[in-house]
Design a protein around this ligand. Structure first.
Ligand SMILES: NC(=O)c1ccc[n+]([C@@H]2O[C@H](COP(=O)([O-])OP(=O)(O)OC[C@H]3O[C@@H](n4cnc5c(N)ncnc54)[C@H](OP(=O)(O)O)[C@@H]3O)[C@@H](O)[C@H]2O)c1
Length: 235
């Protein structure tokens, strides 16, 4: 892994991914909205920044050229197929052998075997349509993005984040194939460690074709079920 592209580099998760990728000595190319470029000021001498919308196919084609890995923040903003447009462009233009890592939440399901809390169901079934109606967020489109990724023959991993909090790193999160597994019960991950998992996945071929649901390694549920830590907890 020498050169990586981070799509959505200026966001909270994106900035942590830039930090981890630079620490690993990777050459980093970042894509972010023009108005957000200044959020990357502290990295600007150590990375290439390509300003533009992440679902702009011309921008993505340029950004992923020659990259061994692409880390993509799937953000369901607006109602213009932002997530699926971004994911499709990354899959279409990245090198066939490139590792593609995408971020999303637990609400995405690879095989339909996840068991969801009432809170997640409520957000998807009730809040989702309201915010879509207000043209703010399109959760359905993030689901469509994931569907296309799962159906692709790219070397993908879709990392499903729990609820997130800020704070110092606690180490690499643990994961399971299914939401509802006891190890995930604490439902909390430090955002810096979500980013660590994404960057680490670039060189972990065991995660190809997986949609790991992650949780902080120091959370009570992770500690209580340590011995059955991923992927053995998968059923
Ligand atoms: N937040 C959570 O609790 C949570 C929980 C589980 C999983 N996740 C997943 O984690 C990932 C990162 O989420 P995050 O909440 O931490 O946010 P984030 O890292 O700040 O990322 C948000 C991204 O969306 C972009 N963005 C914001 N407003 C936009 C707009 N109106 N139009 C286009 N792009 C816009 C941001 O770019 P700018 O820098 O240009 O604003 C940034 O790249 C996502 O994949 C999300 O599904 C989040």
């Amino acid at each position: 892994m020498k050169k990586v592209c981070i799509v959505g580099a200026s966001g909270k998760l994106g900035q942590y991914m830039v930090q981890h990728a630079l620490e690993r000595g990777y050459e980093v190319v970042g894509v972010c909205r023009e108005k957000s470029v200044q959020k990357l000021d502290r990295f600007k001498d150590r990375m290439t920044i390509i300003p533009g919308m992440t679902n702009d196919r011309t921008i993505i084609e340029k950004a992923v050229a020659g990259c061994d890995g692409v880390l993509t923040v799937l953000a369901p903003w607006g109602v213009q197929q932002y997530s699926s447009g971004t994911a499709q462009a990354v899959m279409d233009f990245a090198r066939p052998e490139a590792r593609l890592i995408f971020s999303c939440g637990w609400h995405i399901s690879l095989d339909g075997k996840d068991v969801y809390s009432w809170k997640i169901k409520f957000i998807e079934k009730v809040i989702g349509p309201i915010i879509r109606f207000l043209r703010l967020v399109e959760i359905d489109d993030q689901i469509e993005a994931a569907r296309r990724i799962f159906a692709s023959d790219t070397r993908w991993t879709v990392v499903r984040g729990s609820d997130l909090e800020e704070g110092e790193s606690q180490g690499l999160p643990v994961w399971s194939r299914h939401v509802g597994d006891p190890i995930l019960e604490s439902n909390m991950t430090r955002r810096i460690d979500f980013a660590l998992f994404m960057v680490d996945a670039l060189t972990n071929d065991d995660l190809i074709g997986e949609a790991p649901a992650i949780v902080g390694c120091q959370t009570p549920s992770a500690l209580a079920h340590k011995q059955q830590s991923s992927p053995q907890s998968a059923s």
